[in-house]
Design a protein around this ligand. Structure first.
Ligand code: FES
Length: 61
């Protein structure tokens, strides 16, 4: 079972990298893009990033 999947294929950003950014206080897709590059290519991973933000408790809605 894959435990650290690639979330953003364009920038090759994995789940742990995104979680680390959230742990450092990033709470928006834009913030994740600024910090990791994820979501700044085709944009198709942005829903996955939003899900990770939500399930990590970084966003409230
Ligand atoms: S897969 Fe993340 S920007 Fe394309």
């Amino acid at each position: 079972m894959e435990t650290n999947p690639i979330i953003c294929y364009c920038l090759k950003v994995d789940l742990q990298t995104i979680k680390a950014a959230i742990a450092e206080g990033v709470s928006s897709i834009e913030g994740i893009s600024d910090k990791t590059g994820a979501g700044s290519g085709c944009g198709r991973c942005q829903n996955r990033i939003a899900d990770i933000l939500f399930t990590s408790g970084a966003t409230k809605n």
